[in-house]
Design a protein around this ligand. Sequence first.
Ligand SMILES: Nc1ncnc2c1ncn2[C@@H]1O[C@H](COP(=O)(O)OP(=O)(O)OP(=O)(O)O)[C@@H](O)[C@H]1O
Ligand SMILES: [Mg+2]
Length: 261
Amino acid sequence: MDTKQTRVVAIVNEKGGVGKTVTVINLGAALSRKGQKVLVVDMDPQFNATKGLGVEIDEKMLTTYDLITDDKSISPEDSILHTKWTGLDLIPSHVDLAGAEIELIDEEGRENRLAEALESITAGYDFIILDTPPSLSLLTVNVFVCANEVIVPCQTHPYAFGALEQLFDTINTVKEEINPDINITGIVATFFDKRTRISPRIMEQLKNDDRYKDLLFDTVIRVNTTIAESADVGKPVVFFRQSSYGACDYSNLAEELLAQD
Ligand SMILES: Nc1ncnc2c1ncn2[C@@H]1O[C@H](COP(=O)(O)OP(=O)(O)OP(=O)(O)O)[C@@H](O)[C@H]1O
Ligand SMILES: [Mg+2]
């Protein structure tokens, strides 16, 4: 019997626009191309991961909103969509998810809703990759309760460091108070542009900082317009244009992640 534990990976940074969603979509796709069975779970009301995987929400679909607000009458299995790409599944998000925090305000155990919903389907996957909104809301806390790994995309831009420090503090609190099994397993530098002065400087800072250097992936995600283009047409870049820098960088990141096993 295969007893290999599913890796449940949250992609988190409270800072907006740092490449979280693009990392969810493309790391997920790159892993599936390498034969891994992957489930992407979109926990952001902006539903960019859902769009980036080419899925248009219709009213019949069950979403993460239903999973966390439902009183257990729906089966989580029914919320899984198979994307056009083999081995790459999705639980989509819905704009209504933005209201879930208010709706659940009086509910006990509201931070455990997602973990409870995913419990019965987790074993069917090698990887579950969760997208999060750029805030520390109940939605992100739900993600922290079910994840065993956190990968932090760090934009190689000014102010990236401050956000990182804050995030590490947050995860430490989460580990102490709600999920002792959670660990930050990687920092991935994003939006790298060697022609600028700031990108290489931030890289140097990351490599020389005792708090971060051992967590830093060797793979660096370069600025690449094909990444943005592919998200816009609803295709992961590894399927949209295999020869692009974006496809190459995310394939390398997937390779590194697999080598950690
Ligand atoms: N390496 C890259 N090169 C070029 N464009 C990129 C790259 N990574 C992401 N983008 C683009 O930058 C924008 C922000 O990326 P993304 O949506 O992944 O960030 P995010 O952290 O998920 O943002 P939010 O916090 O709003 O959810 C998107 O338009 C995306 O297509
Ligand atoms: Mg996003």
